[in-house]
Design a protein around this ligand. Structure first.
Ligand code: HEM
Length: 401
């Protein structure tokens, strides 16, 4: 389907003068035409953009929409995206999706993740100690925001941390909007290959980690070795750029609102609420969640036909004034902040959210406790935001302390 000239192109760019807010174009569409067409791939496709919170939930919660990128009308980031192997289950529908996700559900139960908290606390402490040994200014992304979730995911999976540079490079290629399909496919293949070798190693030298338990599920015949490797590769990818960007952007946000820092230091319950508000306010997965209708469905009076694509920009839906009062304000006490869609909604809702929450709840107060004089070392307008990646963030963050 081709778009008409009046259909705006879907762009990820956030405003230069308000880099944490959604583009005003989407805010306007949400008010005037909440389900409207946008154009993708230079006008070759014109999927629907669903901008209201209520409508976004309706789409994400409905079995009438598929995440399979191989549908002809699928509004994927890159044209001609093939469906990945089933271990990358975000791009599969049930029953394959449910079967693959089930192999990991026990790993992400809150109780198990709580057992990870002492390790997160220790790693946070070590990284902050190393940071303070540097003579500032230093890049907060390189020295803290990126290595912390990398270390945590390596700990969870049982991946040797010595290999972290390799993972970071490949997972970056996956979320880079400008990376070619070939580069993205290579990144997936390299990660899977590495993990396949690790499954074999864990079979011979088991540990208390996810890959060891996936190897055991493969031994029982529930999944194949390739599935075990792909599931591990998918978690590595899903779990570390996201949280890294959230840590860096939350730090910037709090430094821009210094009067809120005491709130972050105010104890567990206060921090938990503040983290939900930061997730809502920043909504880093700003490339939009992508779906294709597999049957005709009417939402809010608009009929979406089978085969048509839908983009759900959660950063726009999470600022819907119908649900969130004064949505552009950062209100760390917001009573309903947890209703945000920053982790998605429905069957594909983020599996790793207990890990992301634990990391943010531990890390944010610790940053401001340990570095009370923390400051950004350059003017705000010199910070390079990742405008063209699926997950929003900063390229680097020079800081002093
Ligand atoms: C602040 C950090 C994070 C954010 C904002 C985030 C956001 C999201 C979102 C929006 C989705 C839904 C995508 C869709 O519906 O199309 C998702 C799915 C997923 N996330 Fe996260 N995520 C984060 C951290 C993590 C971590 C730490 C892990 C793993 C350790 C993880 C693993 C996954 C997986 C496996 C899925 C696919 C679920 C499925 O398709 O059933 N995420 N995430």
């Amino acid at each position: 389907m081709t778009s008409s000239p009046t259909v705006p192109a879907f762009t990820l760019a956030r405003p230069k003068d308000a880099p944490l807010a959604p583009s005003p174009l989407y805010t306007e569409l949400r008010a005037k035409q909440p389900i409207s067409r946008v154009s993708l791939w230079e006008g070759q496709l014109s999927p629907w953009l669903v901008t209201r919170w209520e409508d976004a939930r309706s789409v994400l919660g409905s079995p009438a929409f598929s995440t399979n990128p191989a549908h002809p009308g699928a509004p994927t980031f890159r044209k001609d995206t093939p469906q990945g192997r089933r271990g990358f289950f975000a791009g599969h529908d049930d029953p394959v999706h449910a079967m693959m996700r089930r192999t990991l559900t026990r790993e992400f139960m809150v109780k198990r993740i709580n057992e990870l908290r002492p390790a997160i606390t220790r790693l946070t402490d070590e990284l902050l100690t190393d940071l303070t040994k540097l003579s500032g200014p230093a890049d907060f992304v390189e020295h803290f925001a990126l290595p912390l979730p990398s270390l945590v995911i390596c700990e969870l999976l049982g991946v040797p941390y010595e290999d972290h540079a390799f993972f970071q490079e490949h997972s970056k290629a996956l979320v880079d909007f400008n990376a070619t399909a070939q580069k993205a496919a290579q990144a997936v293949a390299s990660l899977s290959e590495y993990l396949l070798r690790l499954v074999e190693t864990k079979r011979n030298q088991p540990g208390n980690d996810v890959i060891t338990r996936l190897a055991a599920q493969a031994d029982e015949g529930a999944i194949t070795d390739q599935d075990a490797a792909d599931l591990g590769a998918f978690l590595l990818f899903a779990g570390h750029e996201t949280t890294a960007n959230m840590i860096a952007l939350s730090t910037i946000t709090l430094l821009a609102h210094p009067d809120r820092i005491p709130h972050i230091l105010g104890g567990e319950e206060q921090v938990a609420g503040a983290v939900e508000e930061l997730l809502r306010y920043l909504s880093i997965v700003h490339g939009g969640l992508r779906r294709t209708a597999v049957e005709d469905v009417t939402i809010d009076g608009v009929t979406i036909r089978a085969g048509e694509g839908v983009i759900i920009p959660v950063h726009v839906a999470n600022r819907d004034p119908e649900l969130f009062t004064a949505p552009d304000d950062l209100d760390l006490d917001r009573a309903n902040a947890r209703r945000h869609l920053a982790f998605g909604y429905g069957i594909h809702q983020c599996l790793g959210q207990p890990v992301a929450r634990a990391e943010l709840q531990i890390v944010l107060p610790e940053i401001f406790r340990r570095l009370p004089e923390l400051k950004i070392a350059v003017p705000m307008d010199e910070i390079a935001f990742k405008q063209d990646t699926v997950v929003y963030g900063v390229v680097e963050l020079p800081v002093t302390w």
